[in-house]
Write a protein that binds this ligand. Structure first.
Ligand SMILES: Cc1cc2nc3c(=O)[nH]c(=O)nc-3n(C[C@H](O)[C@H](O)[C@H](O)COP(=O)(O)O)c2cc1C
Length: 344
């Protein structure tokens, strides 16, 4: 896919998720089939550029091009400076976040709260595009502020007029938070109105759903967040389905065991062992959710505090899975992801 001046492997995007889409996860998703992975949001408050968290978020060592960095904020000048700062530090695409309903973002009128003030949106977009003239800028937003104010079409036109190169739209309003189902009519409407690429996002969980959303919206690509947590290989499954119309067989237990092991080692190296073990817990939980015996395993694993014990427990769990079946075999899935999303 041609996207903002880059040729991507396909039209499948990893949604930015604070606390999830760190460098280890982005690298893995790109390796397993994603065309592009947008980084976690970086604050536009330049006072925080020096914090360890912000510096880690800006670390892209070993990540395949193009590097897309998301920024958030409500002040045009600060957003312009943040864009410049990130381009100086390796960003090849700047993505502006107007899609996040999180309180700590919306209280300062950033994220999806910004959609209320269309004049300010225009100022921010123009300031950012003007600050990094040689770098494409993309925009992520929701269908509107609330159901009475679904102004995504207006925001999309402002974006196109401001020089934004592509938009990603989550099919919910800000007031929906993560409740109800994403709707795709508004995304289809936006696609019919503008000439820059439109990426559809929200509740895409399977290859069939990805195809359905592409068909009904005529969007140029799809963006996947929660469904990729613990299943970074979902991207190659969707890629295969879109090419052939057929589902890939479930992955072999042995392969996913190795992928998870490498993911864990990356997390320990990226965050240091103490934080790495804690951060790894949620990923291990996502990988194993729905597999036989996972509830008990997750409970035990969450109490382990060191790398050796965490790896040994993970190995033991996957050896049991392999003894029972050559390929991963999910039972019923639960709704833990929704709780996670509501907290974001
Ligand atoms: C844990 C979590 C963190 C998120 N953080 C961000 C963020 O930093 N920036 C952003 O634009 N959207 C963020 N989102 C929203 C996602 O990018 C995406 O729009 C949303 O989850 C809907 O897609 P999905 O149904 O495929 O998960 C976050 C979502 C979750 C679940």
């Amino acid at each position: 896919m041609e996207f903002a001046g880059f040729t991507l492997r396909n039209n499948l995007f990893v949604a930015p998720m604070a606390g999830v889409t760190d460098r280890p996860f982005r690298v893995l998703c790109k390796k397993l089939g994603a065309g592009l992975a947008v980084s976690e949001m970086v604050t536009s408050n330049s006072l925080l550029y020096g914090s360890a968290k912000t510096r880690r978020r800006a670390n892209h060592e070993g990540e395949a091009d193009p590097i897309s960095v998301q920024i958030a904020g409500a002040d045009p000048k600060m957003m312009a400076e943040a864009a410049k700062h990130n381009v100086d530090n390796g960003a090849q695409i700047i993505d502006i976040n107007m899609g996040c309903p999180a309180k700590k973002v919306c209280n300062v009128m950033a994220g999806s709260a910004l959609m209320q003030d269309e004049a300010l949106v225009a100022k921010i977009l123009e300031a950012v595009v003007g600050a990094v003239p040689n770098t494409p800028v993309t925009l992520k937003f929701r269908t509107g502020w609330n159901h009475e104010n679904k102004n995504a079409p207006t925001i999309a036109r402002i974006a196109e007029d401001s020089g934004i190169r592509a938009v990603a739209i989550h099919g919910r309003t800000r007031s929906d938070q993560y409740r109800g189902n994403a709707e795709y009519d508004t995304i289809a409407l936006v696609k019919s109105l503008i000439n820059i690429p439109v990426i559809a996002n929200g509740d895409i969980t399977t290859p069939e759903k990805a195809k359905h959303v592409l068909d009904v919206t005529k969007a140029d690509g799809v963006m996947i967040g929660r469904a990729a947590q613990g299943r970074p290989w979902l991207f190659r499954e969707i890629e295969h389905y879109l090419k052939t119309g057929e589902r890939m067989p479930a992955p072999k237990v042995e392969e996913i065991h190795q992928i998870l092991r490498e993911h864990l080692h990356d997390l320990y190296a990226f965050y240091g062992e103490d934080s790495g073990v804690k951060i790894a817990r949620k990923h291990i939980s996502w990988y194993t959710k729905g597999l036989v015996g996972s509830a008990h395993f997750r409970h035990t694993m969450n109490q382990l505090d060191d790398v050796a014990a965490q790896l040994a427990a993970t190995d033991e769990f996957f050896q049991l899975q392999a003894a029972a079946s050559e390929r991963l075999c999910y039972q019923e899935t639960d709704n833990d992801n929704n709780e996670e999303a509501l907290a974001a």
